[in-house]
Design a protein around this ligand. Sequence first.
Ligand SMILES: [Zn+2]
Length: 468
Amino acid sequence: MNNKFNYSITKELDTAYYHWIIKFIIETIGLIPSYQKHVTEETHFIYGDYNSADNLKAIKIPQNSLDLINEAILYGEANKKTLESFDVITAIGKFLTDAVNENKTDDCYDVHNRLNSLNSYQREIGFQDKPIVNLYMNFIKKIVEETFQFVYTPMFPEGIKSVIILSHDVDDPVKYALLNNYKLFPKNLSLKNSILYHMEAIKKTFERLTKKDENIYWVFEDVMNSESKYGFKSTFFFASRNRFEKHANFKEDVPYDVEQNGFNKIFKKINDNGFEIGMHASYYAKNDKEILREEIEKLERLSNRKLVGNRHHFWQIGSKPEKTLQLHYQNGLMYDSSIAFNDAPGYRRSIALPYLLFDKQLNQTINIMEIPTFMMDSNFMLNPEFGQEKAFDQAKHYIDQFHAIGGVGAIDWHVRTSSTNSSRFRKWGEVYLQILEHLSKQEGIWVTNFETFHRWMIKRNETLYDKT
Ligand SMILES: [Zn+2]
């Protein structure tokens, strides 16, 4: 089978880093990367100095690391010659390692150390709503197809152009979680936090008595029903360390306790109906392999299933996600979806495809499938640039732009905001239902959960390498 793509790299650029970028490109377009130390008649692609190969058919890209943006490619006006003056390899590498944002000062980050989208490189260049790396990849694929005859392994099932993954961070499904597990002498809390804890308990007790809205955010079944109507089955990310426990962030971690409150029944329902349970790692889990391990083991025990992947609560994957993903790998996780903007929709690393990160310090690829999230509820419902009445139109715009280019991206709507059950989040729930309906009407979008897509990719990559 003709699917081996021979590539060669000039000696001075022959590093693990460049091999990682080129391998990602070739595998994603559906071919097997095969490195050649010396350029021959059989070489398909040369990176770096290609003077000696001037009259070969190979695609040649010289190193010229200055430009990251090539408008001819982005606007569909480029041809094979474009690659001789634009170093798309370096550009893709800089987006995927986030080097494009490496000079940002501290004030470009929020208090949780997340880059503000308004201060990002992606915003500066005006490409907030388009995954630039996907556009570069589409262009490279087109040039390869025009230049050579290959048998490609498709990225998606037949007829599919893009994959949207539906997911819900489970942050606050139990309105009076604190009261359900109230202790007069809480362990693990400092004196100051104990005082805050008791004050909050008094306030919540009063609220519960007057409002009688105990179950208002317990909407798992409602959410599953809304999605099932269209045959969609999403992922629910549960936290197993709450804010009152050791190693937790008292202010920011979740209040609920997965060992109580009927979570066991919900876990069973989620499992029985083919939805996914994933890990919602706590605020500090990024720092420590054991903290993360405890959370995974606890959730696996309670949910009675093996966890495949994770999304960090508050996007707390750390300032060096490459390091944190090593902890995932050591703990047996296989995918992550924690790289996103918090304050706006868009593509944090300008990509909407699964990819592996590269740790430049260790000089190695991290074997965790990163799947970007490009839309979150609050990006649309609390956006300072438009009101809630525009939320669905904006969400539709992002979905349509994404689908026109093609790729893989996740939507994160929290559980309580995915239902119209509470008056506080009714509008949020309505927009989510509109999104589901919109997705159901699109041709060529596969709407699924992370686990199902991850399984597909494993099989797809096996097929790719089987075809030799
Ligand atoms: Zn969360």
